[in-house]
Ligand binder design. Sequence first.
Ligand code: MN
Length: 503
Amino acid sequence: MPQRRFVVQRHRASSDHYDLRFEVDGVLASWAVPKGPTLDPDVRRSAFRVPDHPLEYLLFEGVIPQGQYGAGDVVVWDTGTWEPHGGDDPAAALRAGSLHADVSGEKLRGRLVLVRQGKGTGGDDDRERWLLLHKHDELAVPGWDPADHPLSVLSGRSSDQVRADPDRLWLSDVPASEACVELRPPEVSAAELEALEEIADRGTWEVFGRRVAVTNLGKELFPGRGGEPPVTKRDLLRYTALVAPTLVPYLRGRALNMHRYPEGAACQGFWHKEVPRHAPDWLTRWDNPDADEGETRTYAVVDDPAALVWAANFGALEWHAWTSRTDRPDLPTYALVDIDPGERTTWDDVLLLARLHRDALDHLGVLGRPKVTGRRGIQVWVPIERGPTFEDTRAWVERLSRTIGAAVDDLGLVSWKWQVSQRGGLARLDYTQNAVNKTLVAPYSPRASAGAPVSLPIEWAELDDPDLRPDRWTVRTAVQRLRDLGDLFRPVLDSPQRLPPLA
Ligand code: MN
């Protein structure tokens, strides 16, 4: 009999409480304990039975996004093994309403007793109410208070630290096997990078635990820029592997539209959406149930860093993921503002419009994150709770941008005419990208231009940096910036919001 595990997670959600969970018959039998378990044998705690949790949740520590069941932060406050006392059928003990558990954790030790008292207080709260206490045994500690021992036994971090900078997310609205999203997945190793250098022109690269067939490694895919040498396919694959762990959370669970340039950025590119037949078996695929005759049916889904390496080798120089997830392709998770200069507008005009959007979002109390596109413009991504349709987000962004455009006109700040449209010849504020299967380039994606510029997240304050340019960073410089500053786009992953009505 393998040892049974238990965990106590401090969970700051709509209420601040501790979740006590015992592994019983392949699930985690669970109680919410508002004041937390204690070693003090003279204290009785109320505990409320909550639904069994999947074993995948056992050591989850991180953040549950807004709008999802249990939204808040979670730390592994204690964990270890346990044994039922007085019988070897804990499921039967639970049905009978009395569980004696000998626990061996880092904080909790000795015998805990859970006794069912009955239903809750009525009203909305019909959870079973139990009593939790620690036996008067040699491991009891009178006066012991869980609030004096707040740190995670996994990471040593406080709940505030985990909330501010979580390692992972738990998505309560997807199956448990997919619910945990690593925000710091394993990086590509030095040995893996060296193995790429050792492949002559084609071969199999073992990377991220997968075998990826790589071809034409010496091919010049991007012409050089400003006297730099051209960027080869080997350079592109190296960059892809270095950024893929950061990028995958933005692509996971979403269909990928690949912009392919098989002959390199200097030649014609085209959209490639259908997964080719020779793609590896391990590549995740998604069949779009809404695809009409002649439309793409089967898309690639990058939920594994090796999948992005495969796509890059396939000639996808640009990576554009859907703004909805495949389980609800009709519901976006971001609203998008695309500030793209037209023929007669300047970079300064783009910066002005970006600042005005920043101020408007600030004023509305809405979080948006900016990035340069790697070509000419700036985009702002606004994470939202699922619910509004594309029509809703399109209308919201249109209204926001028209208001800003009108203000620009009123103030006479610029001499050019702004235009809110998809095809304006002048500066465009393009709200039409808020549509199903219309995509914007993903953060960290290269662009098919000389020098291999990259679409990179920026801080709002960088709008005032005189050296900022939309194509400032390339595959040669973006990795160091990512190392120095971390992933500036991360808030769009874990800050879903309700868009406030606009007057
Ligand atoms: Mn909880």
